[in-house]
Write a protein that binds this ligand. Structure first.
Ligand code: HEM
Length: 394
């Protein structure tokens, strides 16, 4: 049996968090599975293996955590993201009710009118920080209005969520610095975002009602409330900002989209494929398993490198080209299988509402300045200042 290629690359330096793609190229070239010596963890850098792992939860379990650090994995066992069927199925069914594709029709008018307002405002200004002033608006409005969380804490929400994501890598300085904000967020979930203090008609309240009906255990509710917040804010914000940056860099693609709005869903997929806001999660092997002719032992941790798989030229020809006619609906930026992003219809709705309005109002984007985000679980921009060339009034 051939040996497993070993790599000592560090995916958690500042530069690797900002520009991981050369490392991913190196890992994909090494083989279908690579041992990352620094983190005592295997990595799957190619498309086929990541996809196969995502659709085999019995072997690639989430129930022992999906992150890097052993302690964090142990602490978070049992949350939606870190569980297997049947426990996972029960939680996901309740959590996913307001997020189902058919429920999006009910909230679409609200999202679209918010998108109208925010695009009108920033285009009127002539320029804006896309992260704070454009992309942040819809996800924050959703958390405030639809999830129904108390006023107190809203202004802290982004800081808290980013802190949680920072604990998803190794136990490094970023993770340590996130500690106090994570504690505040947990205290908010346990003490403030509870019945009596939350909007009785919101999504959070529906979790407690499901617990009253015996569909889930009541002690799951605070962490499930966080499922509407932690994975929904930065992910969508970064995805929107990445998309605007790509169109700024590829004006001919923006012209294509403005001429043919049916390309919007494909543009969303293509930008998520090329610049995936969640570069990886991991799984735990429940039994010995062979990948590419090499055996991995039970109990191994295996990182699924979504952002690398999405640039695998074995699957996507000329993978670094941004091409909105490519139609890569099988990208892995939302994962796949049991844990495929439960909020993806909402994320798509928000992204497409903004693209529609921007396509009406903007002919060109120009990037004035930007700063990459450095976070252990996410990738994108801290800020992205963009100037808009407005379309002639119709
Ligand atoms: C563009 C934006 C988004 C991206 C890129 C994204 C990415 C992902 C990915 C990769 C997973 C799979 C996890 C795994 O494989 O273990 C996931 C799961 C999840 N996402 Fe998203 N997400 C986005 C938006 C949202 C939104 C808007 C929400 C909530 C309203 C949300 C809530 C969740 C939850 C709760 C899970 C766990 C699902 C489960 O374990 O069954 N996400 N997301």
């Amino acid at each position: 049996m051939p040996g497993i290629p070993v790599s000592d690359v560090d995916l958690y330096t500042d530069s690797a968090r900002v520009a991981p793609y050369a490392i991913y190229d190196e890992l994909r070239a090494l083989g279908p599975v690579v041992y990352l010596a620094r983190y005592d963890m295997y990595a799957l850098p190619r498309y086929d293996e990541v996809r196969a792992a995502l659709t085999d939860w019995q072997t690639f379990s989430s129930a022992h955590g999906v992150f890097v650090d052993r302690e964090v994995n142990a602490q978070l066992e049992g949350i939606t993201l870190c569980s297997d069927p049947p426990e996972h199925t029960a939680m996901r069914t309740v959590l996913g009710r307001p997020l189902r594709a058919d429920r999006m029709r009910e909230i679409a008018p609200r999202i679209e009118s918010e998108a109208d307002r925010v695009v009108e405002r920033v285009v009127g200004q002539g320029r804006c920080d896309v992260v704070a002033e454009l992309a942040g608006h819809l996800p924050m409005a959703v958390v405030s209005d639809l999830v129904g969380l108390p006023e107190h804490g809203r202004e802290k929400m982004l800081e808290w969520a980013a802190a949680i994501w920072n604990t998803q890598g190794p136990a490094d300085e970023r993770a340590a610095a996130a500690g106090p904000a994570v504690e505040e967020f947990m205290s908010f979930a346990m003490n403030d975002a509870v019945p009596g203090k939350i909007d009785p008609n919101g999504w959070a309240a529906q979790l407690y009602e499901a617990a009253d009906r015996g569909e889930i255990s009541p002690d799951k509710c605070p962490m499930m409330m966080l499922d509407y917040v932690t994975p929904s804010l930065d992910t969508t914000i970064l995805a929107i900002a990445n998309m605007v940056a790509l169109f700024a860099q590829h004006p001919a693609q923006w012209d294509l989209l403005r001429d043919d709005r049916s390309l919007i869903p494909h543009a969303i997929n293509e930008s998520l494929r090329l610049e995936s806001p969640v570069p990886q999660f991991s799984r735990f092997l429940t039994e010995e398993h062979e990948i590419g002719g090499v055996g991995l032992s039970a109990g191994s941790r295996v990182a699924l490198l979504y952002a690398s798989a999405n640039r695998d030229d074995r699957h996507y020809p000329d993978p670094t080209r941004f091409d909105i006619t490519r139609r890569p609906s099988d990208h892995l930026a939302f994962g796949r299988g049991e844990h495929v992003c439960v909020g993806m219809h909402l994320a798509r709705l928000e992204m497409s509402a903004l693209l529609e309005r921007l396509a009406d109002r903007v002919t060109r984007f120009e990037i004035l300045r930007s700063k990459p985000m450095i976070n252990n679980g996410l990738r994108g921009f801290d800020y992205l200042d963009v100037a808009f060339e407005p379309a002639a009034a119709q």
